[in-house]
Design a protein around this ligand. Structure first.
Ligand SMILES: [Zn+2]
Length: 344
């Protein structure tokens, strides 16, 4: 079980980067991976603060998260041999930092600039170019420095996506339990409870979670970080990724770049909750309250793509047993599901 040793969430926490670096036992060198925008917003500050303290810092900017990006970073890491890697950014930059540092056996510190998904704290990484469209195991961050002042500057849509990714744990945990009951799959009660509690906390505090509101953002960040930790405890993404994530991955394959990960997972959760005979209306209501998409139109996709994604979702990851495998529905039934839940 790999868990973060330091988690710092709050206003201005980026100022404490050197303190965290030293406390973790590092003394000499660091490597920053960021995008051009996230470098300006946060990466530069990290670099300057560390350099002021006499630490050697190199940086590498990436704009996507492909196998090639990871390989390019690994070459740099091999040559420079830094003591620690900082991943500064939203999803993609952190994913590249996490996977390349894991391959090169260098510890990794997560400095998120958005709260758009649980990858900011998880041990898994989503990188394009592998055979499968979902995440692979990398390593958990040794520390997470989440500065709410920086994260609040990102468009609010990122936060909405993060809420969708947390609420998705409702059905992810149900799918995991189902796989345990029907396929005798390992089920970790502690990891499952942690993921589920995060989803409940976000739903209960939905009214607090709105733009410019630090209190709500902290709830969301703590939920996302707890979800990441639950994956570290489980040793896989199981507590956080079930049929609703498979629906989102299927949508990505049908049409990429139409909506954000958490937005798609949120809509998936409405439909999968219906299949699990859970309270899908409550999930839909909460997503609406948060301003998250709840239907095909709001996701910017066509109705037929929803049905197609539902049909292909269960085939993407055969070893991950979910409610979709259990029910094994056909085209008409999926269409009915999407209509009843008002997704189409
Ligand atoms: Zn997710």
């Amino acid at each position: 079980m790999q868990l973060p040793r330091e988690v710092i969430v709050g206003n201005g926490t980026i100022e404490r980067v050197t303190e965290v670096f030293r406390r973790l036992g590092f003394t000499e060198s660091a490597f920053i991976i960021a995008g051009s925008k996230t470098y300006d917003v946060a990466g530069k500050i990290v670099k300057e603060l560390l350099e002021e303290d006499g630490i050697e810092v190199n940086r590498f900017l990436v704009e996507s998260a492909t196998v090639k990006d990871v390989e390019a970073v690994e070459e740099e890491l091999k040559a420079l041999k830094p003591q620690v890697v900082f991943g500064v950014g939203g999803g993609t930059k952190i994913d590249v930092a996490k996977l390349s540092s894991a391959h090169q056996k260098v510890p990794f510190i997560s400095v998120p600039t958005t709260a758009s998904h649980d990858g900011i704290a998880s041990p898994v990484s989503a990188v394009k170019g592998f055979e499968k469209p979902y995440s692979v195991m990398a390593q958990a961050p040794i520390a997470i420095i989440a500065d709410t002042n920086i994260i609040m500057q990102a468009p609010w849509r990122f936060g909405v996506s993060g809420c969708g990714d947390v609420i998705a744990k409702f059905t992810a945990v149900k799918d995991w339990k189902l796989a345990h009951e029907e396929k005798n799959e390992y089920y970790g009660e502690y990891a499952a409870s942690l993921a589920l509690m995060s989803a409940k906390l976000v739903m209960r505090n939905a009214e607090l979670i709105k733009p410019e509101k630090e209190e709500g953002l902290r709830v969301l960040l703590e939920a996302l970080i707890s979800c990441g930790v639950s994956m570290s405890i489980a040793g896989s993404s199981r507590p956080c990724s079930g049929s609703e994530h498979l629906f989102s991955h299927a949508l990505d394959m049908i049409k990429s770049n139409h909506a954000m990960h958490g937005e798609q997972c949120g809509v998936g959760t409405i439909m999968m909750a219906y299949l699990h005979r859970a309270n899908w209306k409550c999930i839909r209501r909460t997503l609406k309250m948060l301003g998250a998409p709840t239907n095909a139109h709001e996701l910017g996709i066509e109705k037929k793509d929803v049905v197609k994604a539902l049909e292909t979702a269960s085939t993407l990851r055969p070893e991950r047993y979910t409610i979709l495998n259990k029910l094994n529905l056909h085209h008409e039934a999926y269409e009915r599901l999407a209509k009843i839940t008002e997704v189409i």
